[in-house]
Write a protein of this length. Structure first.
Length: 94
């Protein structure tokens, strides 16, 4: 699945909900997904919080196959910036 497809899936999950703050999923050379103003896009910008991870781990995180806390402890996710924004992800992860 491409980052554009992942962003489209995130956007579908955002419909009808409100995501507070701005968040960047930074997948290195593969690109970024930005959640800001209740939109998901692949256009890079500054955000309140950044989560660095591989595209594969992003897919696992969003599908529920990777627990966020376990991912952080295992070094699969690196979070910087406003941690409260990262905590808002639970509304997307269900």
């Amino acid at each position: 699945m491409t980052l554009h497809e992942i962003a489209d899936n995130i956007q579908a999950g955002l419909n009808g909900t409100h995501f507070e703050g701005s968040l960047k999923f930074d997948c290195g050379d593969d690109g970024v997904i930005i959640l800001a103003e209740n939109l998901a896009s692949t256009t890079d910008q500054d955000t309140d919080c950044t989560i660095r991870l591989t595209q594969d781990n992003l897919s696992k995180l969003l599908s529920g196959k990777l627990n966020p806390m376990t991912g952080v402890m295992m070094g699969k996710l690196k979070i910087s910036g406003n941690m409260s924004v990262a905590m808002n992800l639970k509304q997307l992860l269900g």
